[in-house]
Design a protein around this ligand. Structure first.
Ligand code: SAM
Ligand code: SF4
Length: 344
């Protein structure tokens, strides 16, 4: 297993009483997304350019000790209840299984979002380390199309990875599909069928203006209503079930599970948002669409800064959270960082 450089930094001995992370609109934040790398082994067209991006230097990326310190603080002192590891592609970070093992004792809802390419090998070790559930991205079932979208011929690996995830007992296994008009919108029903047949929950994601190439365009977004209408015409669905999560969930009338949509563009769920995001280089952001981040890495690496300082900074970020991302507003400004540089 890879070892991480150790980082000096004082920690408080015992956690103080939990004070929830509440923003100016009364939203309590309980979900922390941690990006462990900005790198990736695919090049999805809606995310990255073919040549990749300018990667962070190794020294800029938070070590596992630093991630563990922030995660522990957020759980023990700030009331965070779920942690999702993401990226870039988290499985390209050496020692990911180690990181999961470090975070598992926090006993939160620990999950991972991955492109699935390396999951065949990693699913069982991740479960042994303490991972309980997983989201795998899959935008098409057609090999030529997969290669066109991701610029890599890895569909078989991803399908094997999804199978390994199910077999290793990860539950639920959710499969995320970004629907882009003219690219894969004709496959929504096939993907829904795939979910029903393979015992995974499909979640269709509306295309967001977070691609690195700035090509996002409103007409390319396939909205929730259109997605659900297409599926329901073949596999009838019950009305929406609302849970405490951003996905709108719809149950199949024949009892064959459910399907979800993340309608970030057509029906933003900002009013219920309980997420904060830590980028691979240690910026804390209160929204995917934040145009700035707050540097926690400098504090983590400052031997004179204690956990009270970190605590105050995290609270400050949450306190300053906007009411909503305003994608549909004329004043909307895209963040400079793309999805893979923030952590989706
Ligand atoms: N590499 C991993 C993966 O693909 O699952 C984790 C990181 S990826 C940035 C997280 C999620 O964001 C994936 O489900 C991906 O499909 C989605 N995503 C990337 N760019 C997007 C965009 N412009 N709009 C909507 N979703 C996007
Ligand atoms: Fe990589 Fe995930 Fe972005 Fe695709 S969506 S390029 S897999 S980070």
């Amino acid at each position: 297993m890879a070892t991480e450089p150790s980082v000096a930094g004082p920690t408080t001995e015992e956690p103080t009483a939990e004070e929830p992370l509440v923003d100016g609109f009364g939203r309590v934040h309980r979900d922390l997304r941690i990006s462990v790398t900005d790198r990736c082994d695919l090049r999805c067209d809606y995310c990255m350019p073919a040549e990749g991006l300018e990667w962070l230097d190794r020294s800029e990326i938070l070590s596992f000790e630093e991630i563990e310190r922030i995660a522990t603080l957020c759980v023990r002192r700030l009331g965070v209840e779920s942690i999702r590891l993401t990226g870039g592609e988290p499985t390209v970070r050496a020692g990911l299984v180690d990181l999961v093992a470090r975070l598992a004792p926090l006993e939160v809802d620990l999950s991972l979002t991955t492109n699935g390419v390396r999951l065949r090998q990693l699913a069982a070790p991740l479960v042994s380390a303490g991972l309980r559930r997983i989201n795998v991205s899959l935008d098409t079932l057609r090999r030529d199309r997969f290669e066109r979208i991701t610029r890599r011929d890895r569909l078989d690996d991803v399908l094997a990875g999804i199978e390994a995830a199910v077999e290793s007992g990860l539950d639920p296994v959710k499969v995320n599909c970004v629907v882009v008009r003219g690219v894969n919108d004709d496959e929504v029903v096939d993907l829904a069928r795939f979910g029903r047949d393979s015992g995974v929950t499909m979640r269709f994601i509306e295309y967001m203006p977070l691609d690195a190439q700035g090509r996002w365009d409103r007409p390319a977004v396939v909205g929730q209503d259109e997605i659900i209408a297409a599926i329901s015409a073949v596999f009838p669905l019950e009305d929406e079930v609302r849970g405490r999560q951003p996905a709108s969930r719809f149950r199949y009338l024949d009892g064959c599970g459910e399907v979800g949509v993340i309608p970030s563009v057509t029906e933003p769920f900002c009013g219920d948002c309980d997420r904060i995001r830590l980028t691979a280089d240690g910026e804390l952001r209160s929204c995917l669409f934040s145009t700035t981040g707050t540097d926690l890495r400098g504090v983590l690496r400052d031997p004179s800064a204690d956990d009270d300082r970190l605590d105050a900074l995290v609270r400050q970020v949450v306190a300053g959270k906007w009411a909503g991302h305003g994608i549909s507003s004329v004043d909307f400004v895209r963040p400079r960082r793309s999805m893979s540089q923030i952590g989706g």
